[in-house]
Structure formats: structure tokens, C-alpha cells
Design a protein around this ligand. Structure first.
Ligand code: ATP
Ligand code: MG
Length: 367
């Protein structure tokens, strides 16, 4: 999996620019605010159909432009493909692969990318939302059905939350409550099965990496936590559905009293343990980082197992956050696939990777 060439037109601070990438390591270098992350964001867009830092596509369109366009030649599934994405504020985004129309979730099957940014180093320390996001973005790319279910779930969640928030002023809203709860239980069951399967694969993939990383000293364990009445998250969707419904019924009154959705997959977590103890509570800063790196590198291995190619690895400002030993470990681990690394001009990282250096300056490639 690799992106060979990308052309950006009215994308963020790129008016009109093209970049050619090496199939191996590429270092994108430049001063602050020149467009390094914007370039990575465009590559991520090819895989996910959305940005990793903006919720609204209109923010991606360059100031003063009426539309943003990304045109990329990629090698995916063993053949050359052309992906084109056009964002026009107020209209649906247009995505084509080899001139054939696709939806954002269908794009997921074409190009795959794993993004690693400084916030990912905090996946152990932060709250459950960050870890759910990691699960969601990874599974969405690998399973188009998941992305669709998640979108629908989030929509129901917003609506049910609004009912629980406003029913005191507008009691008629309550008529729809049970229907929303039931549909959320149904979708929770679907999300739970996908997440349980992915979490167990991630556990298997990250563990050996972590063992190597910590010199055999520490044992990592990832486990999936979901609605408490679900005893077996690998059971059939139907069985999980009934278990979630049971939880829902037991919490209906509490939901009305608290005005919040208390049942469903939106409260899931991925528990991270080191040597049998909660890493969030007990691990040192360094151990937390090592665990986070192992989880992200494990994610990359799962893509390889699934698609038989490494995903494009996007490292945004991550290496500069690590000490020399951890940098070395990451650089030694990323062979075999294409990597795009952003870094500052003078931190010496570019020289150490031996990769192609691309310098960006004010939304232009310096030539
Ligand atoms: P850093 O080293 O600080 O991470 P960077 O090179 O990664 O910097 P980017 O995040 O890529 O910087 O942003 C470069 C510039 O793009 C910023 O100055 C930002 O104001 C600008 N920018 C962001 N969105 C748009 C947009 N929609 N139109 C035009 N410019 C934009
Ligand atoms: Mg940046």
C-alpha cells in the first residue's frame, strides 16, 4: 500500500502543489505552520474519507477557495489506482476511485493508513473516549459495515440524548424514547462484536512488540470492556442484543433521572494492563509511552494480516516526542511499508531515517 503522488488544489494552505513520495520512508520537514500536518491530513483523507482533526469538511477548504481537491495515484491491492476527492462547502463530498463513485466508507477498503500523532502517546493516560476513537477509526477502515453502524449509532445517541435532556419541557418527546433505546441496543450489539474481535487481535499483535520493546521486562495486556450485562462479547449479535436490553431496562429510570444515556456501546473502553495492573493507574510515564507505541505498531500489523499489505504509516510529530531509544525502536520496526514522518527542521530526525526528505515552506514544496 502506498501513495506515489498527490496533488492538492485549494486544500488547507496548499493552493496548488504536487508531491512525489518514495515507497519507503519519507520525511516531511519544515518550520512550524508551513503545511506538514496538512499534507499528512490529505493522505489520511484518502484512507478514511475524513480528516483526523476537523469535524467539518469546510474547514479543509483553503481560505478564499470555493472547493478543495485531492488527486492521488496510489498502489493498493496490487494495482495502480487513482483516488479523487472534492470537497465543496454545502454539498456532499465527491469521492471517486478510478473514476467510479464511492462513499467515504467504501474508500476504506481501497487505501489504508495508520495515523500516529502526539495525542496517541496519551492513549494509556487519557479517558476511555480516546481509546474508543482508536478502536473506531481502525475498525472503520477495515470493515465498511462498522463505519456505517457507528455513524447510525452516533446519530441515535444524539437524538436520544436530546430527548433525555428536553423531555421535562416537552413531555411528548418521551413517546419516541423506547424506540430509540431499542435501536441503540441493536446497534450496540453489532458494534460490541466488532470491537471485541478487534481488541483481541490487537492484544495478540501488540503483546510481542511490547515484550521486545521492554526487553522482556513487562507484559502488556489489552482487554475490551463493555456493557456490564454482556458476559460474552463474542456471542451472537442476538445474544448480545438481549444482554444489552437487560441493562437498558434496569437503567431506564436512572436515564430519565440523570438525563443521560447510560446504556450502550458509547461507554466502552479498552483496558490496558502492564504486568496484571492497570497501566493508567500504576505505570510510569515511560511505561505508558512504550505501551502506547506497542498498541499503534500492533494496529499496523493487523492491517498487514487483513489486507496482506502494510498500511501507510503517518507519524505526525511523534518521533520528536520520543527519547533516542524509543525513536530507534520505532524506526527499526517500520520497515516493509511506506511511512510519512513529519518533523521540525533541525531535530536531526531526517538524517537518521535515511528516507527521502521533502521540505515544505508556506504551502509549497521547496525544490
Ligand atoms: P507544526 O510544525 O506547528 O505542526 P505544520 O507544518 O504541521 O506546523 P499545519 O498544521 O500543516 O502546520 O498548518 C499550516 C498552516 O495551514 C497553518 O498556519 C494554518 O493556519 C493553515 N491553515 C489551516 N487550515 C487552513 C485553511 N482551510 N486554509 C488555509 N490555510 C489553512
Ligand atoms: Mg504539524
Amino acid at each position: 500500500m502506498m501513495v506515489r503522488r498527490i496533488a492538492l488544489n485549494g486544500w488547507r494552505n496548499y493552493e496548488w502543489e504536487t508531491f512525489e513520495f518514495s515507497p519507503d520512508t519519507n520525511v516531511i520537514r519544515g518550520r512550524n505552520a508551513q503545511g506538514k500536518t496538512n499534507l499528512l491530513e490529505a493522505v489520511y483523507m484518502l484512507a478514511a474519507g475524513r480528516s483526523f482533526r476537523s469535524r467539518f469538511d469546510r474547514e479543509l477548504v483553503g481560505f478564499g477557495f470555493s472547493a478543495a481537491e485531492i488527486l492521488a495515484d496510489v498502489q493498493a491491492q496490487g494495482r495502480e489506482q487513482t483516488v479523487r476527492i472534492v470537497l465543496t462547502p454545502g454539498r456532499r463530498k465527491q469521492i471517486t476511485v478510478n473514476s467510479v463513485k464511492k462513499t467515504a466508507s467504501e474508500l476504506a477498503g481501497t487505501v489504508t493508513a495508520v495515523l500516529f500523532c502526539p495525542e496517541d502517546l496519551a492513549i494509556v493516560r487519557e479517558g476511555a473516549a480516546v481509546r474508543r476513537r482508536l478502536l473506531d477509526s481502525a475498525i472503520s477502515q477495515l470493515r465498511p459495515g462498522y463505519a456505517a453502524a457507528l455513524t447510525e449509532y452516533n446519530r441515535l445517541y444524539e437524538q436520544k440524548s436530546a430527548i433525555l435532556r428536553d423531555y421535562r419541557e416537552k413531555p411528548s418527546l418521551l413517546y419516541a424514547l423506547d424506540d430509540f433505546s431499542e435501536r441503540m441496543c441493536r446497534l450496540s450489539a453489532r458494534l460490541i462484536r466488532y470491537r471485541a474481535a478487534f481488541a483481541s487481535r490487537l492484544d495478540a499483535a501488540a503483546r510481542p512488540i511490547h515484550r521486545e520493546f521492554s526487553g522482556g521486562a513487562d507484559e502488556l495486556r489489552l482487554s475490551y470492556k463493555t456493557v456490564s450485562t454482556v458476559e460474552n462479547p463474542f456471542a451472537s449479535e442476538r445474544e448480545i442484543y438481549y444482554a444489552v436490553c437487560e441493562h437498558q431496562e434496569a437503567h431506564r429510570k436512572a436515564e430519565l433521572e440523570s438525563g443521560q444515556c447510560l446504556t450502550g456501546a458509547h461507554r466502552d473502553d479498552l483496558e490496558i494492563e502492564i504486568n496484571g495492573k492497570s497501566a493508567r493507574t500504576f505505570a510510569s510515564q515511560g511505561q505508558k509511552r512504550t505501551a502506547a507505541l506497542s498498541v499503534k505498531l500492533g494496529e499496523r500489523e493487523i492491517y498487514l494480516q487483513e489486507t496482506e499489505e502494510y498500511p501507510i504509516l503517518l507519524l505526525d510529530d511523534v518521533l520528536s516526542e520520543l527519547d533516542a531509544r524509543r525513536q530507534e525502536f520505532v524506526l527499526n520496526r517500520i520497515g516493509g511499508g511506506q511511512t510519512l514522518i513529519t518533523c521540525c527542521e533541525d531535530d536531526g530526525i531526517a538524517e537518521r531515517t535515511g528516507g527521502r526528505v521533502i521540505t515544505v515552506d508556506g504551502g509549497r514544496a521547496a525544490r
